[in-house]
Design a protein around this ligand. Structure first.
Ligand code: KG4
Ligand code: ZN
Length: 332
């Protein structure tokens, strides 16, 4: 079965052709990062306009690279949420249009679920029950997957998403956008134990996260040094920040793993490409736990994960109606 996946929830315009939910025939991602860099973040209006300009060429390129024609396709899938409304609408509308014109099944996909499916593309051995952690610029979601398609949200952020906090700190330090990869790079030269940043603990027993306190602590630390004309130790600060973030993610995630008594943990989202975090988790994991990460190019937004996520749904006949609307605040 050949599925065309389309993803336009944020600032990547992406299309992919995936065979039987596993084999990637093409995976085209047109990043808008350069357009948004000068604004130090994503400008929704610019994002949706750019999607509109390039969605058709991106789909054509995905079909060409896969050596597939539109009439070879068996189904069309597109992200319908969560994300930016104007951006979501572009991919969703194009997907419905193609499906309608070709009389093909159309499936709306939850972007968060798709991030988890990036793992299934490369690790066929993964089978629920398992715990999933989605960490990106817009999301920090800890979920329990009891069986295929059945999710229970265990924890989420109460303020900033983890990638958002990294991007904001990079802005405070004038490092560039997006912040995560830059912070990871400069942190390699730093000492992760050198600067004592706060680790948030809630009074109640929860698996929720919080990252804005760490971000604000960095801001105050930088202001203090600037007042005294002391140079900011960028590498040490980046390394210490990365360690604190890894600590919070690890604590909550392993708590979920122990509570749900699972033997598999899967990660997804842009921040899961962070190698410091990957090692941090591996070195501290409970005995018997297997941790799966998507390959680096499938951690950030792409459409292969959307097509992969659609495959089991299509097989089970879970087709979406054409009336399905974009849902910017969709969760599990
Ligand atoms: O999944 P993604 O491409 O888009 C969203 O759905 O948000 O994630 C983008 C986020 C950004 O905040 C970026 O700074 C972060 O992922 N990111 C990283 C790394 N690569 C991307 N964070 C930490 N380390 C990285 N290597
Ligand atoms: Zn994403």
């Amino acid at each position: 079965m050949l599925v065309l996946g389309i993803e336009t929830s944020c600032d990547e315009t992406a299309a992919a052709v995936v065979e039987d939910g596993r084999r990637i025939l093409s995976n085209v991602v047109a990043s808008q990062v350069e357009l948004h860099r000068k604004f130090w973040g994503i400008v929704p209006e610019i994002a949706s306009r750019r999607h509109l300009e390039i969605i058709i060429p991106v789909i054509e390129e995905a079909l060409k690279r896969a050596n597939v024609r539109l009439n070879n396709l068996d189904a069309i899938a597109a992200t319908y949420g969560p994300g930016l409304l104007g951006s979501l609408l572009v991919g969703l509308t194009v997907a419905k249009g193609i499906a309608y014109a070709l009389s093909l099944p159309f499936v709306g996909i939850n972007h968060l679920e798709a991030h988890l499916y990036a793992n299934f593309l490369h690790h066929p051995e993964i089978t629920p029950p398992l715990v999933g952690l989605i960490i990106s610029g817009g999301h920090t979601e800890l979920v329990y997957l009891s069986e295929e398609g059945k999710y229970q949200l265990l924890g989420t952020t109460r303020d900033d998403a983890v990638g958002e906090a990294l991007d904001k700190v990079a802005k405070i330090l004038h490092l560039g956008y997006p912040g995560g990869p830059i912070i990871e790079k400069i942190a390699k030269e730093g000492d992760p134990e050198s600067i004592d940043l706060p680790l948030v603990h809630f009074k109640e027993d929860t698996m929720d996260f919080s990252f804005s306190g760490i971000k604000t602590a960095v801001l105050y630390y930088v202001r203090k040094l600037e007042k005294r004309n002391i140079p900011i130790p960028l590498s040490d600060l980046a390394a210490s920040l990365q360690r604190r973030i890894a600590q919070m993610l690890t604590e909550r995630t392993f708590k979920a793993v122990s509570l749900k008594k699972v033997k598999q943990l899967i990660l997804g989202g842009g921040v899961s490409s962070n190698l410091f975090l990957r090692t941090f988790l591996e070195e501290r994991k409970p005995k018997g736990l297997k941790i799966f990460f998507p390959p680096l190019q499938l951690c950030t937004d792409n459409a292969a994960m959307v097509a992969a996520c659609a495959y089991p749904k299509i097989k089970e006949g879970k087709i979406s109606p054409f009336s399905l609307d974009a849902q910017p605040n969709l969760n599990f």
